[in-house]
Design a protein around this ligand. Sequence first.
Ligand SMILES: O=C(O)CCC(=O)C(=O)O
Ligand SMILES: [Fe+2]
Length: 353
Amino acid sequence: MAMDSFQTIFEASALPHQTAQAHETLKKMDPNPPFMSTYKQLLKAQPSCNHDLASVEECELPLIDLSLLYTENASRCKREIAAASQNWGFFQVVNHGISSELLHRIRSEQVKLFRQPFENKCKDFSADAYRWGTPTATSLHQLSWSEAYHIPLCQSTDLSKHNTIIRLTIEELAVSLSSLAHLLGGVLAEELGGDGAYFERNCNRETCYLRLNRYPLCPVPGGLFGLVPHTDSDFLTILCQDEVGGLQLMKDGRWITVKPNPSALVVNIGDLFQAWSNGMYKSVEHRVISNESEERFSVAYFMCPSYDSMIESEAEKSIYRRFSFREYRQQVQEDVKMVGYKVGLSRFLVGGA
Ligand SMILES: O=C(O)CCC(=O)C(=O)O
Ligand SMILES: [Fe+2]
């Protein structure tokens, strides 16, 4: 039965009445990465992937109204941001100061960018910005059914050789998201009694990244991960998602689905903030679930420091040893290569191996 449905997926893409030439032309125009042919062996070996997604509950993340920061309720608002970062590692913000016109503009540029033929995608931005699937996957559980442009903002001047509009839109968005990230980072640092200006000094537009994600329709029965479970290797991430949904996070040992809120941005704590706050703020595992009927888009801004920035908490007894962002990145890359996955912060525990 499972094998039948797998064959149907493959055969659906074979059009018997087409000439070879027409087929070639269609293939050339296809925006989708060649998931089915590339992962044919994995899909054959494991025709459906039981991620046990059915039992996942939907919830609303703590919702923070940032306009309160400019009222007499500012202290309460700051405490709520810190509490959500401790208890959830995730929250959503409204009245965040990013214009909805700009968010719509980036979305429509992003859609155009991803709708171009697959063949053109590597050519548009600098060579290694465009990624799709998971080249190292040896099982369906390790495969991300998505494509992305992972854009270092330091390259914003030569971001896109051909497309000026998207370049300008990305630059404009980076400026706004950078102020929002500094604002949130400052609040979180001050709530810890720490250095509120740390992020202004160590993270600037040159050191941060913007990631444009697209989750294409996934015809595999039972669905696959759009993005495999992970934590982010930054201080904090600001995410603008569409209304399709699919983002899930780990809370109290269970996966829960985040209910999309069209007027909110989602914020999550990354590994560096967990270390910097001595484990107070949580870098929580999250993942995206693909679906077979609606494609999904999201934009993520990663607040990262310069590679030489040192990450250490001001606590008397630090859980993690002092490390540079460069060291962290290198360790993550080495682990992915050697162990097959990101080990993350546990590598940097005081007294750890
Ligand atoms: O698309 C999403 O909802 C999440 C994206 C994400 O987690 C990431 O890019 O690190
Ligand atoms: Fe993430």
